[in-house]
Design a protein around this ligand. Structure first.
Ligand SMILES: Cc1cc2nc3c(=O)[nH]c(=O)nc-3n(C[C@H](O)[C@H](O)[C@H](O)COP(=O)(O)O)c2cc1C
Length: 444
């Protein structure tokens, strides 16, 4: 059965953008502008593509990559502009996109000293019957074939080697049986699902049953609750509008304002829950009251997420909602072990992961970091990204004075400033990769 057979628009075209334009902040000398005037647009495209190919040839070796932002820096140089626009975009003015990351900068640690941390380990707690080498996962995203010809295969292989879960997307470019055959024996993963039509929703129990019967290592379904329609990914639209139309054909398979999603409700969710033994996690919850409602409905958990800042702009940063949600669950008698909490969005360091665990997350998801690592270096890049996060986590756990993720709790962090949005000190590494919204281009 093809992954996402329920869904349309799954036949990803594997082609790259032909026409490349320069991001505004990459143009820095006047001579280049003068040169442009003598070039036809075809010559300019050719020159820019040649320059990109040169950057691919001369990219830094993997040994020169020290953190997640380094991958992003390389990806921005080697990807075609249209692809970079699709991956990096948020919605509207991108406040949520930026705040997702900055919110972590408003949490500080309260480390314990004089603790024996010689046996510290990043191993996760138990999540739907599985444990992993660390409590983070590669989240679901569409568009992997534009990053690498092997697409999602890089991600499942890297996740298997690093014993990290992969949230297999419904928009995976491989058929389900082929894709799951890439997994190591016993490799445990999750599966992200969204629906476009009533018919797909009706077929969901059959789809779930096939997975229950044939893929027992899929430990949970993460169902989108943040997609009554697509967010306004304006930066992406602006960049695409300036590109050759053939580029848009490829990209619009993943994101076109005309794509319609099914408007799910709590009633649908109750039916979905009753149709499968596999735990259901709501992906895209954005307020603590909905977290409580999900727990009271008997669901497996919630993933607090604003879709990486790509849906409702000004949706709160997930880490802030997390701080409120665990408290509300506990006040209502829901034990931590009975309801799993996840967050994603803006996580770029081991310390970000630790902060989320302190505030009650069982695991956190990262999207663009692994997408950029794959675009720059394929499977070895994704593995290195996972290793870097584990190394950062382990070092920071030791410096915090804890030996296991179980010991991470609110007492280890100071969240006094968390709610004061927009006043973080600058994160220079992160900012240097941020692409400003381009203004409308003049014809000459
Ligand atoms: C290029 C791209 C495509 C995405 N496609 C999907 C998707 O098809 N389904 C989904 O549930 N989330 C999708 N997401 C959202 C991610 O699952 C996740 O919520 C987000 O990437 C987390 O933020 P981060 O990229 O800052 O880590 C996508 C994100 C990106 C960047």
């Amino acid at each position: 059965m093809r992954l996402g057979h329920l869904l349309k628009g799954n036949d990803t075209k594997r082609k790259s953008n032909r026409r490349i334009i320069v991001i505004e902040d990459d143009v820095d000398d006047e001579d280049e502008e003068d040169e442009d005037e003598e070039e036809t647009s075809e010559e300019r495209e050719e020159r820019l593509e040649k320059e990109r190919q040169d950057r691919i040839k001369n990219k830094p070796p993997l040994s020169q990559i020290f953190n997640i932002s380094d991958f992003e820096f390389v990806a921005k140089q080697v990807l075609p502009l249209g692809t970079w626009g699709y991956y990096s975009t948020g919605s509207d003015d991108e406040f949520s996109l930026r705040e997702n990351h900055y919110a972590f900068g408003r949490i500080f640690f309260r480390p314990k000293c004089l603790v024996d941390v010689t046996k510290a380990s990043t191993e996760s707690g138990e999540i739907f019957g599985a444990t992993f080498d660390a409590p983070f996962y590669c989240t679901a995203f569409a568009g992997s074939p534009m990053a690498h010809p092997d697409a999602e295969k890089n991600l499942i292989l890297a996740a298997g080697n690093e014993k990290i879960p992969y949230l297999v997307p419904i928009q995976c470019s491989y058929p389900l049986d082929t894709f799951m055959s890439f997994a190591k024996p016993g490799q445990e993963n999750f599966h992200q699902v969204h629906f476009y039509t009533e018919e797909q929703l009706k077929n969901a129990p059959e789809y779930f049953k096939n997975i229950e019967d044939n893929y027992p290592n899929i430990k949970a379904f993460f169902i989108n609750v943040d997609l009554p329609c697509l967010g306004n990914r304006e930066k992406d639209s602006k960049i695409r509008a300036a590109l050759d139309p053939s580029v848009n054909d490829g990209l619009s398979l993943f994101a076109a304002p005309t794509i319609k999603y099914l408007n799910l409700t709590w009633n649908d969710m109750e039916k979905l829950k009753n149709s499968t033994k596999i735990p259901i996690v709501l992906k895209g919850v954005l307020r603590k009251e909905d977290v409580l409602k999900a727990a009271e409905l008997g669901l497996g958990g919630c993933l607090l997420s604003n879709h990486g800042g790509r849906q409702l702009d000004f949706a709160m940063p997930p880490i802030e909602i997390l701080a409120q949600s665990r408290k509300l669950l506990r006040e209502n008698g829901i034990k931590d072990e009975d309801f799993k909490m996840f967050i994603d969005g803006g996580i770029r360091r081991g310390s970000d992961i630790i902060k989320a665990l302190c505030l009650g997350a069982d695991a956190v998801g990262l999207g663009r970091p692994f997408l950029y690592a794959m675009a720059s270096y394929g499977q070895p890049g994704v593995e290195r990204a996972m290793q870097l996060l584990k190394e950062e986590m382990l070092r920071d756990m030791k410096l915090l004075g804890v030996n296991s993720v179980k010991e991470l709790n609110e007492d280890m962090v100071d969240i006094e400033s968390l709610k004061f949005k927009g006043i973080s000190s600058s994160d220079i590494l992160y900012n240097s990769n941020y692409t400003n919204m381009p203004p409308p281009p003049f014809t000459k």
